[in-house]
Design a protein around this ligand. Structure first.
Ligand SMILES: Nc1ncnc2c1ncn2[C@@H]1O[C@H](COP(=O)(O)OP(=O)(O)O)[C@@H](O)[C@H]1O
Ligand SMILES: CCCC(=O)OP(=O)(O)O
Length: 358
């Protein structure tokens, strides 16, 4: 195999992950965790650009990795318009929409922008994004809510959900397109998707919509109480947005976005930590149950993935709550870095045609 060198950049809400691949071999992998205070000092996602980029460059230099000989830089993308699953070359239209955050603000908006910024200083390097968070395969009935101005949207961990679902299919010697699975990605945000024969036909909006609360997101809130809070005079528009995304969930209840700290205190028996920790697991379990109904009970497996899938208490809770639906398979962490790299090679090697964002 031609040993193409690929840099992978994955900005998440609580972390920045960097990887370097030489051919199919990962030669460098680093996860930098960002505390709520560190991220909280920035007004918005766009203003984190220099901080995240410099962090990446510093890590590469410290690891003695040359930054000027990559063939491609693949970034996780971003809150652009709803698009089909695939690899997209970063072009002007894509950059403009990543900067704007057409569907909202999320750290992955920076993935394609940083990839482009670094690639333009390297001769011959190309910049891509793959399976961004706005991949949309919802069935029509799943889009409808109780008000036509507020449809449901597909905003989720598309890249990792698809990567682990394909990995599971391979393990059971079937094709992804021939199975039904429920994937729960438990990261800074939480998404639970119903995969019906290779399409994510229903999923919660992990960013600012509905679904389980997560380390830093409020998930579904009681609508009346939410409206009252908006008009109480106590909060500005920006503060309300932060309650929903950034300062909701574990941050609101316990002042941290680090689920492993919560797990530790819950395991030590601190009652409030135990309650909140259980409530998060309970909401994830309920959402998985909803997806089982979407798939009419025909479920080959329930896959739990993301950083919080390392949390044994969460896994025990979920196995107890939804293990009767289908076998629960746990893939802790994520395959996002590998999936981004594979998407990059596939284009460089001519196996996949990259799509044009318009
Ligand atoms: N070993 C672990 N046990 C429990 N929770 C963990 C562990 N490792 C990471 N986490 C939690 O996972 C969350 C981040 O998940 P991750 O998928 O890396 O997030 P991001 O959305 O930022 O990419 C954090 O709340 C972190 O505390
Ligand atoms: C925007 C949906 C994906 C998401 O929530 O990612 P993080 O968990 O990395 O914030």
């Amino acid at each position: 195999m031609d040993k193409k060198k690929i840099l992978v950049i994955n900005p998440g809400s609580t972390s920045t992950k960097i990887a370097v691949y030489c051919g199919d071999k990962s030669v460098f992998l680093k996860t930098l965790r960002h505390s709520a205070e560190e991220i909280g000092q920035f007004e918005d996602i766009a203003s984190q650009f220099e901080f995240r980029k410099e962090t990446i460059v510093k890590e590469l230099l410290e690891a003695d990795i040359e930054i000027d000989d990559f063939d491609a830089i693949v970034g996780r993308g971003g809150m652009v318009k709803p698009i089909a699953s695939g690899v997209y070359e970063v072009n002007e239209a894509l950059k403009a929409d990543l900067r704007k955050g057409v569907l909202g603000q999320h750290a992955s908006n920076l993935g394609g922008l940083i990839a482009d910024d670094l690639a333009k200083n390297i001769e011959g390097a190309r910049a891509f994004i793959a399976d961004p968070v706005v991949v949309d395969e919802l069935q029509d009935v799943a889009r409808v809510t109780g008000h036509p101005e507020m449809p449901r949207r597909s905003i989720f961990h598309a890249l990792n959900q698809k990567a682990v679902a394909k990995r599971f299919a391979k393990e059971i010697e079937k094709k992804y397109e021939d199975i039904n699975v429920i994937v729960a990605h438990l990261g800074g945000g939480i998404s639970v998707g119903a995969h019906l024969r290779g399409k994510v036909v229903d999923v919660n909006n992990a960013l600012d919509g509905y679904g389980p609360f997560s380390p830093e997101r409020a998930g579904t809130l009681p609508t009346g109480a939410l409206i009252d809070a908006c008009y109480s005079g106590k909060y500005s528009y920006e503060e309300m947005r932060k309650i929903v995304n950034g300062k909701g969930g574990l941050v609101a209840h316990l002042g941290t976005n680090q689920a492993h700290e919560v797990e530790k205190k819950a395991a030590e028996g601190e009652p409030h930590y135990k309650l909140i920790h259980s409530a998060m697991s309970y909401q994830i379990g309920k959402t998985i149950g909803g997806c089982a109904a979407v798939l009419k009970g025909d479920v080959d497996g329930i896959i739990v993935t993301g950083g919080i899938a390392y949390d044994k208490l969460v896994i025990e809770y979920l196995k107890d709550m939804v293990g009767w639906i289908a076998p629960v398979k746990v893939y802790p962490g994520e395959d996002e870095m590998q999936a981004l790299a594979e998407n990059g090679w596939a284009v460089l090697n001519g196996e996949v045609e990259c799509k044009t964002y318009e």
